[in-house]
Design a binder for this molecule. Structure first.
Ligand SMILES: Cc1cc2nc3c(=O)[nH]c(=O)nc-3n(C[C@H](O)[C@H](O)[C@H](O)COP(=O)(O)OP(=O)(O)OC[C@H]3O[C@@H](n4cnc5c(N)ncnc54)[C@H](O)[C@@H]3O)c2cc1C
Length: 399
């Protein structure tokens, strides 16, 4: 039996949790299906950009994520050989956000905070060990079949938001294309709890270091410093994950005589892909289910949360205020081009800049970024762009 005003969400990642909270606050029944037996402890995204923080403020969870995170107003562009190139301070965009800084906090902190709040809503059903398998839909409802404790069960609702990550069961079930490409090299994150500013005193908590052989994005999370680097496709995973090799990666960016203690490492393939549509009937794709990109610029989870907020608010308008389902197509028009023209374009460009081999072009790029730093209009524009405020403004302006 279909309940009234009921939305199924598959995946209790950051996008699924944020979407569920918006619907729950509006009194809509939510079933959140999560394949794992608990919230995943993902060492993945760790950057919350200003507009995402503004959205989390509206949901009443920003103070907790700030409490568990690290406020970082500044970011740097550096070169491995030449050191600091330019530093930017996001306080310059304070008129456009309540949070003119990034907060560094791991994504699992957000899902834990929200899941705890959802537990208090009687009309929210968080079902773990429940893996969505397939779906059926007609003009009035959508039914999701899922596996739990070795049995297949089903649930029917008004709409489904598929937030179940890059392998989205719904995208596959509905045969929605996911064109793009996979980088030949694996990316690696090596983390240490050792203090990097003891070795490189001017290293900012967010620093992009260009190098023709081995570029690096340095991110300080609250508990550790994380180094995101490319790997050599000719090396085996065993060689890449060798402890001495991992330690030597950190030495390469912050050399010291003692050894670093490696606290954590991850090796993963990176794709640049956007789904051909974000809507098919009563099924909506959001987050990694709809788009994936390299982590340079921290736009994956942030862009996904922006999708989740957009579509959840539209479903509230449709289900509670009887607004037209045309809003679902507007969701696609507002969010898909952002993924293609903004997130894909910038993340691909960021990687090209980081790994540029031609010394002349590298110098030219360094001169350009210094010129941006020295021009207040240009540096304001850069910060509006990297903070993702421009992308939100563009998305909201699309009718
Ligand atoms: C190393 C790394 C660093 C990153 N750094 C950043 C960063 O700094 N900033 C940023 O914005 N992004 C970053 N990203 C990207 C970011 O992690 C993702 O974009 C983000 O997790 C997407 O959130 P999501 O909720 O869409 O999907 P996910 O976080 O992938 O969550 C999907 C959930 O769905 C569940 N699930 C899967 N299949 C099913 C199913 N069939 N049924 C039910 N449940 C299912 C999964 O268990 C999971 O809990 C990084 C990624 C990596 C790998």
């Amino acid at each position: 039996m279909k309940e009234k005003s009921h939305v199924i969400i598959t995946g209790a990642g950051p996008v699924g949790c944020v979407s569920a909270l918006i619907l729950a606050k509006a009194g809509i029944h939510v079933t959140l299906l999560e394949a794992e037996n608990d919230l995943p402890l993902d060492m993945r995204a760790s950057t919350f950009h200003p507009p995402t923080l503004d959205m989390l403020e509206e949901l009443g969870v920003v103070s907790e994520i700030i409490k568990q995170g690290l406020i970082t107003p500044k970011f740097q562009y550096r070169d491995r050989a030449d050191g600091l190139v330019a530093e930017f301070d996001m306080s310059a965009i304070a008129e456009h956000t309540n949070h003119p800084y990034r907060v560094q906090a791991e994504q699992y902190k957000l899902t834990r905070i929200i899941s705890g709040i959802l537990a208090d809503y009687p009309h929210v059903n968080q079902k773990f060990s429940s893996k969505a398998l397939s779906l059926e839909q007609d003009d009035n409802s959508v039914t999701v079949y899922y596996e739990t404790n070795g049995e297949t069960e089903s649930i029917t609702a008004d709409y489904l938001i598929s937030c179940d990550g890059s392998r989205s069961f719904a995208r596959k079930s509905l045969d929605i294309g996911f064109p793009g490409f996979t980088y030949p090299e694996l990316f690696m994150v090596v983390s240490t709890k050792d203090e990097i500013t003891d070795v490189v005193p001017d290293m900012c908590p967010v620093a992009y270091i260009t190098d023709p052989e081995e570029w690096c994005a340095v991110i300080r999370a609250p508990e550790m410093w994380r180094f995101l680097i490319p790997t050599n496709p000719e090396m085996s995973e065993e060689e890449l994950l060798d402890e001495d090799f991992l330690e030597s990666r950190i030495q390469g960016f912050a050399p010291k005589s003692e050894k670093y203690t490696v606290s954590h490492s991850t090796l993963y393939p990176v794709n640049q892909r956007v789904a051909e549509t974000y809507r098919k009937g009563r099924v909506l794709l959001a987050g990694d289910a709809a788009h994936v990109n390299n982590p340079l610029g921290g736009m994956g989870m942030n862009g996904g949360v922006h999708d989740g907020v957009n579509i959840a608010k539209k479903l509230v308008q449709i289900l509670n205020n009887k607004e037209s389902e045309k809003l679902l197509d507007l969701y696609d028009r507002q969010r898909r081009p952002i993924a293609v023209e903004y997130v894909q374009a910038h993340s691909i460009r960021n990687k090209k800049i980081m790994e540029e081999k031609d010394p002349k072009i590298r110098r030219q790029r360094q001169d350009e970024i210094r010129a941006v730093r020295d021009n207040s209009d240009k540096s304001f524009e850069l910060m509006m762009q990297v903070s993702m405020i421009n992308s939100i403004n563009k998305s909201n302006a699309t009718a």
